[in-house]
Design a protein around this ligand. Structure first.
Ligand SMILES: NC(=O)c1ccc[n+]([C@@H]2O[C@H](COP(=O)([O-])OP(=O)(O)OC[C@H]3O[C@@H](n4cnc5c(N)ncnc54)[C@H](O)[C@@H]3O)[C@@H](O)[C@H]2O)c1
Length: 289
């Protein structure tokens, strides 16, 4: 539910900027067009003071992530909510531009680097009464995930399911570590992780044909629509109940327990340190080693 603004408020400058980013320019511009359409009525009156823009960012490329952050920072906008949503599932064994296994590199390391590069902006934007929020989209698949700290790139043995599950478990560990660091730092930034449920989207384009047939026949019954799938992320991003609340896993807008191993603080710390090395950033958490 977007806050409805009257047109005076809009002309007075009470606008919220919404930056949509992704590696698919046409998909992003289409999202911008739809949001503009929904925020303006038939007479051209602005109903919601949202200004959407699209900025290119390929999460499978550290160079692209760095360029995106530079462009974003150049706008001099505050950043109150960052939603780490992008993902791929069950892709064949292949590497990102930087040589990382694609699930781990894109789903996890891409968001790890993006969040870290935006951390100063988030810290500057959050206040005691309005914390900046980092929302990261994981999956119930993380419950079957195993983190192979000695083989994060799945070089020893590759399975698309295993690689996807590992990337989603890494995102949960990352969120809890980030919250720990933000609390230790006294920053007004919270980090939460979300499971959207089973949603009828393009994510399933790499599943086998038999699964595609089953999905096609049962999606109307068992799958959420993309709008329903987005609801927990939106809840985490804007709900007043979650003001100042961080380090939780949410499913169906409810606080839920993630897998036991995700609460292992030593594992969270080791993954963070390893991720800093892989993305070549300084380890903000190294002080409490
Ligand atoms: N659909 C489900 O049932 C389900 C279940 C659990 C978790 N999830 C998670 O929800 C999130 C959204 O997935 P979805 O279901 O909407 O799938 P989707 O395929 O419709 O959306 C994935 C998005 O990621 C973007 N993306 C892919 N590669 C990218 C790259 N290199 N750089 C930048 N952006 C890139 C795509 O453009 C797309 O917008 C994912 O993280 C996924 O793992 C989905």
């Amino acid at each position: 539910n977007l806050p409805r603004k009257d047109s005076n408020a809009v002309t007075m400058g009470a606008r919220e900027n919404l930056c949509i980013s992704g590696n698919d320019e046409s998909e992003g511009q289409e999202a911008v067009r739809k949001i503009k359409e929904e925020t303006v009525n038939g007479k051209g009156t602005i109903l919601y003071a949202i200004v959407p823009t699209f900025l290119h960012c390929d999460l499978a490329s550290m160079k692209s992530i760095r360029q995106f952050v530079q462009q974003f920072r150049a706008k001099n906008c505050p950043l109150h909510v960052l939603v780490n949503n992008a993902g791929v599932m069950l892709v064949p064994e292949r590497k990102t531009e930087d040589g990382f296994e694609e699930h781990f590199g894109l789903n996890y390391l891409g968001h790890f680097l993006l969040t870290n590069l935006l951390l100063e902006t988030l810290k500057q934007s959050g206040t005691r009464s309005r914390n900046a929020r980092v929302i990261t989209v994981s999956s119930a698949t993380h419950y079957v995930g195993r983190l192979h700290l000695n083989d994060l790139q799945s070089r020893c043995s590759y399975s698309p399911h295993g690689a996807y599950a590992q990337s989603k478990l890494a995102l949960v560990l990352f969120t809890y570590r980030l919250q720990h660091l933000m609390t230790a730092d006294g920053s007004h930034v919270t980090a939460n992780v979300v499971d959207p449920g089973v949603v009828n989207t393009e994510l399933y384009k790499n599943v086998c044909w038999a699964t595609k047939v089953v999905k096609w026949m049962t999606a109307w019954l068992f799958f959420k629509t993309p709008e329903e799938g987005a609801s927990t992320s939106i809840y985490a991003a804007v709900s007043p109940e979650l003001e100042g609340v961080g380090g939780i896993y949410l499913y169906n807008e409810q606080r839920t327990k993630s897998t036991d191993v995700s609460y292992d603080e030593e594992l969270q710390r080791r993954l963070w340190t390893e991720s800093c090395k892989m993305t070549r950033i300084s380890d903000v958490g190294s002080r409490d080693l």
